[in-house]
Structures are given as C-alpha cells and as structure tokens.
Design a protein around this ligand. Sequence first.
Ligand SMILES: [Zn+2]
Length: 343
Amino acid sequence: MIKIVALPVLLLSFAVSVVSCDHDKNAGQVRAQSSASITPVQTPKLTFPPDISPPPTIDGVRTMQYVKEIVAFGPRPVGSANHKKVEDYILAHLKNDTVEKDAFTADTPEGKLPVHNIIAKFSGTKDGIVVIASHYDTNYPLRNTSFVGANDGGSSSALLLEFANQLRGKPREGYSVWLVWDDAEEAIKPDGSGGLRQEMPFENDSLYGITHLAEKWEADGTLKKIKAFLLADMVGDADLNIERDTNSTPWLEDVVYEAATRLGYQSHFFARTLPVSDDHIPFVKRGVPSADFIDFNYGYNDVFWHTTQDTVDKLSPKSLEIVGGTMLETIRILDKMDPLPRK
Ligand SMILES: [Zn+2]
C-alpha cells in the first residue's frame, strides 16, 4: 500500500473530485438533482443472479502458511536478492500454470530498477477477463530495516497463490481469471509515512509495475476485454474492516457488498468510506470497473502500516478466508450478471 487520502466523510465530495473520473461527475449531477426536487432520485438498482452451487471456500491456514514463507525471505524491495527469491517462489507455485512475465526497467528517483510483473492465466468459458492483483514488493525506503510487509504485500500475494490453487485444474464456467503479482508498487522515495517528508507526488514515484501493465494492455487491446479489476492489499489484519473506497467503481463495490452479505461477512465490509490511492488507479483512469479490497486501519489509527511492526502475528487465517471468499463470490456474481454495467 502506498498512500491514502484520509479525510472526514463530510469532505469526501471534495476529496473525490481531486481524482477526476466519470462517475465522480455523475455523482455530482445526482446531488444537484436531489437538492432541486422533493422526490428522491431513483438510481437504477442492480439485479443480482442467485447462487445455484456451494459458495467458494479459501484455505485460510494454507494461505497464512504462504504469508509466513514470503516474509521468511526478509525485506523484498524491488531490485534486491530477496525480491528475486520471492519472485522464484511465486513462479515455483505456478510451474504448471499458464504464466506470462512483464519485465522492464523503471526510471526511478534512485536510478534504474528492474520491475517484474507476474501474470497467471486461468481460462473460462465466457468472453472477457476478471483480473485480481496484488503487489509483492516491500516498501523501498524501509529496505535497510527489518520491514517484511506481512500484511502490506505479503497477505494479498499469499491470497493470490491460494486463488491459483482454487482455479487450477477445474473448468471455469465464467470469465477467464488472471492473477497479477505486480511489482514496484511502493514509492521509491519516502512517501510521507513514518514522519518522512513527501518528496515526490505519489503517482510519479509508485505503481511502476501496474502502470506499465495497464499501458501495455491498453496498447495491445487486452484492456477492452477486462470486465473487472479486483485489487487485494492489506487483507490479513485479524481485526478486519474492508473500506468502501470512493475511487473504486460504485456498482462494483455494490457487487462486493452483495458477495460479502451472501457469505455472512458483511460486518467486515464498508463501515468506513474513504478515497484510496492504490494499484487500481491506472485501471480506474482507463475506464475499467475496479474494486480495491483494503483494510486501512491496521492497528489503531493504522499504527502498524509501513513500520517494522507489520508482522504475521497481527494477521489471522480467518481474515484471509473472508477476503478471499468474498473476492471469489464477487467473480461468481459477475459471471452471471449479463450484461455487466460498462463503467
Ligand atoms: Zn505499502
């Protein structure tokens, strides 16, 4: 996780307008209409198809074991020997899967650094792709500390490995699912956390891997096939509260809440509403429906975020099950929603 704009709810409309995109403008229009009319504006309600098979399950204990194995390599900042070990570890898990690598050299404030995105593709019967992404690098400015990012980068990367277990070897009656371990998500210069001074605007010095992938997929036409972009980040906190992110696509957030409700997990979702700047932004900007699964209250007032306290003892297998199950249920609902809203 790179950064957040944390503002009181009353200021949200201003905060969201800073990030310019279509649905923000629409929200403004709806507000204007509401104030001019006594009758509340009727927004179209989504119709959710029923589930006709058992709900998806995630092995939380196995996923937690993956988290432990990832952090056991130590800090894994981009360009480091540990980073290469984690990359090989992920690839070893995917050895019998269809894997694509997206490798390039990024120009950063610290010079040129190698960036390696990993994509595992699981084919479905339906035309279109749902992407699930997680960054796997750790915070670069903390590279010389013991920071291992158990929650920040570790929990979600482990969850994607478990998704691969769930998807592997089974026919998918639905969209293709692509798992993306994106790289160099974290800012290279200190990003304002831990009392450090912000030296670079975050979008100019972070999201290197996922931005490259979004640009590449836009150029080769892949982007048009992506029905939804689901992001997991900081999803292992034992005290789990996933945010309603106002930078995510509103209708897709509604699907997420429906999925959580179907599994009985809704009390872990959307108690707070706030705008989050994360790996989904390059896809949001390109009009791909996107949802960020993030709990940005990691310890009281987020005290463990980007500190050496981000360790596995703060996490729980149940939280990984809750987020993982809800992401898979979200895809199951999307598979059956025909047609999907376009934006
Ligand atoms: Zn982070």
